[in-house]
Design a protein around this ligand. Structure first.
Ligand SMILES: Cc1cc2nc3c(=O)[nH]c(=O)nc-3n(C[C@H](O)[C@H](O)[C@H](O)COP(=O)(O)O)c2cc1C
Length: 197
């Protein structure tokens, strides 16, 4: 792996004032502070037609999949839509496969208008596992998103977290993406220490 890990975040909300996008920017800031090169893929900025297996890659799909393929770690963020993740992120995910996620560390974040985000994170975890991504145990759910930020001109996107514990959880996701960016695929083999025990 490159000595400077690369961390890419994919935002699954196309909404102008998206809280998911803001939270992912905080994740990337923490990753950058931990020594990573970072990039946000804001899906509203790309031409990504609904995936059609008969056609394959279209529009900006090749650039997006290449960026994920080359990343050491990927943060996926989605609004909670009907208890799952957004169609925009699912469509992006449908363009991706083992080539993009094998040996890639993945961090998850979900933003809910209401109180529950568990199924969104579960659906992300299952579908990333399906393409062999290494999903971190630490994940972030933001409930009642509109109440979690306050205006601050000096903050990311002009929004500061109201709750320092939530800000810490978000930052931890960025730090862990860097810490585990080069997770060893052989991690499942018995450790020497275990043999000595
Ligand atoms: C189509 C749609 C479905 C939604 N479904 C849910 C839901 O099931 N549960 C919930 O808590 N919020 C739901 N919401 C609200 C969003 O999760 C909430 O507004 C979130 O903050 C949006 O994220 P964003 O700010 O990144 O766009 C839904 C919103 C939309 C547009």
């Amino acid at each position: 792996m490159d000595p400077t890990p690369s961390v890419v975040a994919v935002s699954g909300s196309l909404r102008d004032g998206s809280y998911t996008r803001t939270a992912l920017r905080y994740v990337l800031d923490a990753a950058e502070d931990a020594g990573a090169e970072t990039r946000l893929l804001d899906l509203r900025e790309y031409d990504l037609p609904v995936y059609d297996p008969d056609v394959g890659e279209r529009g900006d799909a090749a650039e997006l999949t290449r960026t994920v393929r080359e990343a050491d770690a990927v943060a996926l963020g989605s609004p909670v839509y009907h208890g799952s993740y957004s169609g925009a992120l699912k469509n992006f995910h449908d363009y991706c496969g083992f080539d993009e996620y094998e040996d890639t560390t993945v961090g998850l974040l979900a933003t809910a208008g209401g109180g529950s985000y568990g199924s969104t994170l579960d659906h992300l975890r299952i579908t990333v596992r399906g393409v062999h991504g290494w999903v971190l145990p630490h994940q972030v759910g933001i409930r009642n998103a509109s109440e979690r930020f306050e205006a601050d001109p000096d903050a990311v996107d002009g929004r500061a977290f109201v709750d320092p514990d939530l800000e810490e959880r978000v930052g931890k996701l960025g730090r862990m993406l860097v810490e585990y960016a080069s997770i060893d695929p052989d991690v499942t083999t018995p450790r020497t220490a275990a043999v000595d025990d």
